[in-house]
Design a protein around this ligand. Sequence first.
Ligand code: XMP
Length: 517
Amino acid sequence: PVLVLDYGAQYAQLIARRVRETQVYSEVVPHDTPVEQLLERDPAALILSGGPSSVYADGAPQTDPALFETGVPTFGICYGFQAMVRSLGGTVENTGTREYGRTELGIAGDGGVLHEDMPGHHPVWMSHGDSVSKAPEGFAVTAGSTDTPVAAIEDVDRRLAGVQYHPEVAHSPHGQEVLRRFLHDIAGIRPQWTTASIVDDTVAALREQIGSGRAICGLSGGVDSAVAAALVNKAVGTQLTCVFVDHGLLRAGERAQVERDFVAATGVRLVTVDAVDRFVDALSGVTDPEEKRKIIGREFIRVFEQAARDLQEEAGAAGEHIDFLVQGTLYPDVVESGGGTGTANIKSHHNVGGLPEDLQFQLVEPLRALFKDEVRRVGLELGLPETIVHRQPFPGPGLGIRVIGEVTQQRLDTLRAADAIAREELTAAGLDRDIWQCPVVLLADVRSVGVQGDGRTYGHPVVLRPVSSEDAMTADWTRLPYDVLERISTRITNEVSEINRVTLDVTSKPPGTIEWE
Ligand code: XMP
């Protein structure tokens, strides 16, 4: 792998993704991983990420000089670039000037390998205080900016290079090409991490892990569990059974999508548990968001657990045992939880946490190494329909946390109808790829006066919450075209009789979360 040493940058995961986009496998590791441990991983290259502070600041993360004596191709970015320069005998100075944001990069000479044939001046994204004033011995300086004479260096013979700017962000339009040139041309890595190879390798590993055992997988209708199940199904076929719990908090058409489209695409064995009444009963009288989440989570586990026991009994009658539980854990969750191996990473109830000991499953996590965009590509490669692969994220507690106030069957039906209209219009307008998700929220305890067809109405408002995001950690409200908003508003108020007002949430995250509860 290409190992990205994380110096505390919010960018480290993004760098790993960009590396993978050049079809080279990459992982994030803590910056203080001992050099011997890095070498044990047999890295094809190392990338030192940006970091928060000055290389001279108290408590600044240290770089072991041995890092640059390993012979492994190494690329430094921002803080990592300065750490490299300082370790190898160049000069990093606190010049008193700061560069932040969009900056013009000027290419020096022929631009070297990294910047050859690029426009002589082009924009890059900078974010630093200290600057490199002198490159270490043996390095060519191939670019600079007004405030930073040394903004890119390379030593092709030693396969070391670095840039002051952030090549991984979209604001550096040539950055991806610079990374590619470092990896392919300077480090000499062959691009082999393709969607097809991911599928082949994962399927082989799953066959190895599961052998002739039996597995179950809880489907949420979301893309992660669907792709995880499709991979396991490809690997071991009928040794896998999928369980889909219909808790009545789903959006319109979701159950059919799983029962029909997913099964048609994969041929997977599917058991659907109808638990609608059970969930609505359990939520009766409850208005507190955390209490709702707890109840939904608890009921979900009980239902899933029962389904698993039933399957276990069935299998037992045939002299078999279910050994494995498939989970759709993604790489970002693995990194954030410290990268431990074999630990269940349960973020939310629909990942089916807290199964009782006596079920004793081993975890199977076929997406552990993948980012979301890779999961989607794998899904398409496996023949899953677009409707599943490019589905908006949907919270495990479903519409239960989008009805503000008590959840009742009627309120769920109202919200489901409004939500279906919003999704239909967004899809028709071709906006699905521009938004991360657009929750529709029913303010069930609020009423307002309206007028419709000469009559007074006294109905409920819904809130449209369209957001754009890379990873749901932060989000901005999406500037949807007015004509699309108008169509959604007109249709909802005409077609859903309980709703007489459509409002728009224009809050970013932070301070607002994406969901209202
Ligand atoms: P918030 O509301 O925290 O949501 O900004 C961030 C993202 O997570 C989704 N979400 C959940 N997903 N179980 C899930 O699987 C949950 O309990 C849950 N709560 C929020 C939300 O839709 C958004 O994409």
